[in-house]
Design a protein around this ligand. Sequence first.
Ligand SMILES: NC(=O)c1ccc[n+]([C@@H]2O[C@H](COP(=O)([O-])OP(=O)(O)OC[C@H]3O[C@@H](n4cnc5c(N)ncnc54)[C@H](OP(=O)(O)O)[C@@H]3O)[C@@H](O)[C@H]2O)c1
Length: 309
Amino acid sequence: METLLVVAAAETPVYRARFAQAMPDLHVVGTDEGFDPAAVDYVAGWHAAPGLFATLPGLRAVFALGAGVDALLARDDLPASLPLVRLLDAGMAEQMVEYALFGALTWQRRVHDYDLQQRHRLWRKQPPRTRGETAIGVLGLGSLGGAVAGELARFGYPVTGWSRRPREVDGVRCLHGDDGLVQLLGETDVLVNLLPSTPQTRGLLDRHRLGLLRPGAYLVQASRGDQFDHAALVDLIDDGCLGGALLDVFEREPLPTDSPLWTHPRIRITPHVAATTLVEPAVQQIADNIRRLRGGEPLQGVVDRRQDY
Ligand SMILES: NC(=O)c1ccc[n+]([C@@H]2O[C@H](COP(=O)([O-])OP(=O)(O)OC[C@H]3O[C@@H](n4cnc5c(N)ncnc54)[C@H](OP(=O)(O)O)[C@@H]3O)[C@@H](O)[C@H]2O)c1
């Protein structure tokens, strides 16, 4: 019988029980109990102890319990020849759509402006903004970005998306390449970043590129925290160039308590919860992939090691 090792920190018992139920023909073990490293065929999880993969000589595939795999790719114990598989949507796209919509409405309905006015008991009407005049830019048109761009367009916002290769998303103007990025930034009021963290995207939203956004624009940063310049963001907001930000991800997580981002009146912080992995769809998707692997069929969501996502 094949063995699946579950590595999911505090959630290991929950995932272990659910995998065992979903695949009765699989021996499911967790890092919270004793297991034979030589017997492990598959790993499902995140935050594996350093060096763990090197102790598993029979490992055939690693299934990430998330959509982003930058932390797994940064490890030195995961051979490049081993299939690394990530979750495709698995209930996260819907959550990300909600998060992005929350950000778009925060800008459109001037939530930060009115929050500030409320602090001063100030009753003052600001000029209204319509959906039609709220230009949304979505960086990344994959499982999550594609869904976000499509849904925000259906909601009535003019949406422009940006990806590495040319893409088509219903109702969305799709751009690619360096020129496409410059064009998108210059026409965007609400920028939603859903790019994976790769050598090409780390630091992408630097002072210069953030400064290309429309005056008073808003950043929704929900992918990874190493893609934007925290200090530049604060400076640009304080200078009135940007209108604020909704931030879910940070270079250091948890965000250190002394970070100025916590108390900035135009920055809203959430603790990496924009789209949470849901046990049921995650287990179903990984179980389906294990069946595919056994049947010699192609796996869904294999990470392209040349592109790092
Ligand atoms: N905050 C949270 O709770 C949370 C939850 C889940 C995921 N995430 C983050 O969201 C990210 C996106 O997830 P996903 O499932 O949508 O990923 P995905 O399906 O791999 O999509 C990635 C998109 O980014 C584009 N892209 C990649 N590198 C690029 C580059 N150098 N220039 C331009 N476009 C580039 C890809 O272009 P192509 O279409 O041309 O390939 C693709 O459209 C994850 O990597 C993770 O970091 C965050």
